[in-house]
Write a protein that binds this ligand. Sequence first.
Ligand SMILES: C[S@@+](CC[C@H](N)C(=O)[O-])C[C@H]1O[C@@H](n2cnc3c(N)ncnc32)[C@H](O)[C@@H]1O
Length: 272
Amino acid sequence: MEPQNTSMGESAHIIFTEGDFYQSHFDARVYFDSFYASPQGHSDEDYLPFVLHQLSKTFSAGNLRGQRLIEVGTGPTIHSLISACESFEEIVVSDFTDSNRREIEKWLRQEEGCLDWNPIIQFVCELEGKRTPGEVARRLRATVKQVLRCDVRLENPFHPVTVEPADCVMTSLCLEAACKDLDTYRRAVQSLAALVKPGGALVIIGALKETFYVVGQQRFSCLNLSQSFIEKTLRDLGFSIQQFNTLPAKRGGVNQVSDFDAIFHLVAQKWN
Ligand SMILES: C[S@@+](CC[C@H](N)C(=O)[O-])C[C@H]1O[C@@H](n2cnc3c(N)ncnc32)[C@H](O)[C@@H]1O
């Protein structure tokens, strides 16, 4: 099924690209080459340096640590875990798409032809001035204990596997891609919230007012989100928002690969 304007009598509607579409159309390698081949990320966006800086600040502060971190909708990426991996004993990563999980497993096992995260790891090491890239890669490979299939639209995203609640649950650019409407988004955040231990934290990276992004020639839908809706969703679930940082899209720039107004990074703490 192609996401396109579909003639339905008088009206036309756009099909939202959900999980199954990712399974058949999301190219992990093209995604990596477009957005993660260097620390600058895609030339139309300032997304990647902003996110790496925010995650570094979040996990260097020292108050966000514990036994387990779960990342949901990891895709084929590990950049979000570079700063976090020192603060947790065990990391669980997950994605809907088989090929994305395979790319992560290839990197974890250092298989030939795996994605080259060295430039990004090096950038974070220079930013933090504490660890060498070799130490980071070793720590990360030792800390990621599970690579699970997940579907954020389910009450238990890892069904039929059960994962014990964690000190930190993180997700990056997944929910707006996976959820076709605001109700689905709200329910997905609720499922992630249930995976956070009392007193633990939810870290979300996402895009505001985004309706699409492009990977190679393939266009994917995004749910148009506002900051106020995200904040209300989290407060209603018993979270206090500790940080909500935004980076507006490049001023005057032409972004051919997406149409977001801003990138956000938030940290929210679950009340006991
Ligand atoms: C834009 S990518 C983000 C990947 C990565 N987290 C990042 O920050 O670059 C969106 C990811 O959401 C995943 N995804 C789509 N639908 C999903 C669902 N229902 N449940 C879990 N993940 C889903 C896709 O497979 C893809 O890896």
